[in-house]
Design a protein around this ligand. Sequence first.
Ligand SMILES: [Zn+2]
Length: 361
Amino acid sequence: MKSRYSLSIGKPFGIRVSVHWTFSLLILWIVLISIGRGLETLQIIMHLLFVMALFVCVVLHELGHSLAAIKLGGKVDSITLLPIGGMAHLSKMPEKPKDEFLVSAAGPLVNVLIAAILWIYLAVFRAIDVHDLEFETITGNNFLLLLLAANLFIVVFNLIPAFPMDGGRLFRSALSIRMSRLKATQIAKDIGQVFAILFIIAGLFFNPFLVIIGFFVLLGAKGEYEMIKYQDVLKNFTVKDIIKTEFAELELTDTLETAAQKLVQISDNGFVIRSGGDFAGILTKNDLINGLNTHGREASIEDVMKTDIESVDSGTPLFDVYQDMQKKRKYLLPVVDKGRFKGILDLENLHEFFLIKKATQ
Ligand SMILES: [Zn+2]
């Protein structure tokens, strides 16, 4: 996901890795805490280097998930680094329980591997002066040992069954072998939310980061469960089932003023635009309002209508379209059948359709 809140730092294996702006707050926080503790500049630099090294391990962890997912037929858009850890954005997730298990396990396994390599290195080269070992601050002597410990911590923490954290995903995939994915997700979600509340309470006393993680887990569990619910309810339907063949129409040469007047009378998320009877595109509510702001009332629809509109085939599974519309904030799509315009698909109707089917399931 390309975001204006993140800074791209590289593209290993074709996966964009970016750092979220809030990461700068983490750096600032570390520097302020270090100054508060009376540390010297060199010691502060060591702390920052340690955080960098730790986040390299976090990127490798996410790459572990990502590469496993790609190998099993999934699709990975990007990896974002937040102060609380990394996040791989998958646009397609392998769903078979065994595949999901492998993808979830791959991340922590990378940290086990890193810890093992560090341990071998430290043991073989006797790289630590044990007589001079102290943990007051991060030094050249304890750096790698602390990094090893941090990797083990990442493994243990991620294995807590707090869905959608790794441990929770492992738990769900194990449950999915014996029951439906929906039921498994519901159980994993409930347990995940209990952990989330424990994180928040514990975090209030010990660590503010834990509070943030708690909220992430709480919302993440709910969001993922709802997605699975949608998937379950919509699984037997295609776009054809909710295509709208009656809609508000305007001519390409109409002014935005005309469109604005008509907008208050319709319930759709926009208009179908015709040019001499042929389908020319769609004008969404948002495009219209933005157009009024930038071009004024007298401008024609042609001036503000997006020309690169995507359309959706009437045979597309409804859940696939739903995910896409939701993620990319598309509210209205033209529907085509064998390349011919057939009608429109409104995200609002899709929500209603879901609610009706859910209620009557
Ligand atoms: Zn992970």
